[in-house]
Design a protein around this ligand. Structure first.
Ligand code: PAF
Length: 291
């Protein structure tokens, strides 16, 4: 695996792959890789000739007081995992490469960046869309992979790609879970053992809610309240939101129909964790789908 920190080296490496007729895939990450990231690499590996993994803890998606300085890092373990998954290039730039000047140019997706996560982290998605736009601009991949766990990120990034006319296909990969259902996340590293035992309440409550929809529940606000109640029973969970929203607009849904996202966020000590389920509901038919 080629480990590149330099933008022009990356551009050269990718253009030579493309000049040889090859296709390019991008897996953007902030490192501290886990099996959820491995699933993104595994999905793209057979589809492309040159697989690029970016590892960049993007400062603009963290607000002052959030965990930028303490975000977990282990580049040696990341290198081993990237090698094992057959990654061709790891792009691990310093902050000055991605932000050569104090940032004044941003990509913002209005509306859907301001709800759910956006209510708790008002500048977060602006940082995500800005850095993803930069990565797409320099790598020019044919396909890029994102995890379902950050469903709102998928929806916001997809909207940016469509509106800014990026010629890239987005592949969404299902959430990878621990044996007890906890969605894999680099931030799970923050959990104490007691919090770790409590955290699967998010996945359990979502499974319960999905079963309720399968059993015929169609009242969105009732379902959101039920989700909040279930999570609220876990004393170590401090709920930020439990929402039942339209899968495209992220507006709250009254009557559950079409593509619907059940999204939850809660704090367990220092760890702020997200999880979701996405459903396609048509009359009595209910299937789980990707956001
Ligand atoms: O999902 C992440 O790890 C980050 O938000 C991303 C997409 C790499 C942008 O920094």
């Amino acid at each position: 695996v080629d480990w590149l920190a330099d933008l022009s080296a990356l551009r050269r490496r990718v253009s030579s792959a493309r000049a040889a007729g090859g296709t390019v895939g991008l897996v953007p990450t902030m490192g501290y890789l886990h099996q959820g990231h491995a699933a993104l690499m595994r999905a793209l590996r057979p589809q492309v000739d040159c697989l690029v993994l970016s590892i960049f803890v993007n400062p603009t998606q963290f607000a002052p007081g959030e965990d930028l300085a303490t975000y977990p890092r282990d580049l040696e373990a990341d290198r081993r995992l990237a090698m094992a998954e057959g990654v061709d290039v790891v792009f691990n730039p310093p902050a000055e490469a991605m932000y050569p000047l104090p940032p004044s140019t941003f990509v913002t997706v209005e509306g859907i960046s301001g709800v759910l996560e956006g209510k708790f982290r008002p500048t977060h998605f602006r940082g995500v869309t800005t850095v993803v736009a930069k990565l797409l601009h320099v790598v020019e991949p044919n396909v890029a992979a994102f995890g379902q766990k950050d469903a709102q990120q998928v929806i916001v990034v997809r909207r940016m790609i469509k509106e800014l006319l990026f010629d890239v296909r987005i592949e969404v990969i299902p959430t990878v879970r621990e044996h007890d259902g906890l969605a894999m996340s680099s931030r799970n590293a923050y959990l104490t053992s007691e919090e770790r035992r409590a955290a699967p309440v998010l996945a359990r409550s979502l499974s319960y809610a999905v079963e309720a929809v399968r059993a015929g529940e169609r009242d969105g606000s009732k379902l959101a309240k039920r989700l909040a109640d279930l999570i609220g029973r876990e004393p170590l969970a401090k709920l930020d939101y439990a929402a039942v929203v339209d899968g495209w607009t992220l507006d709250p849904v009254e009557r559950i129909h079409g593509k619907v996202l059940l999204a939850v966020a809660a704090r367990f000590g220092r760890a702020r964790l997200l999880d979701n389920a996405c459903l396609l509901v048509d009359g009595s038919s209910v299937s789980t789908v990707l956001p």
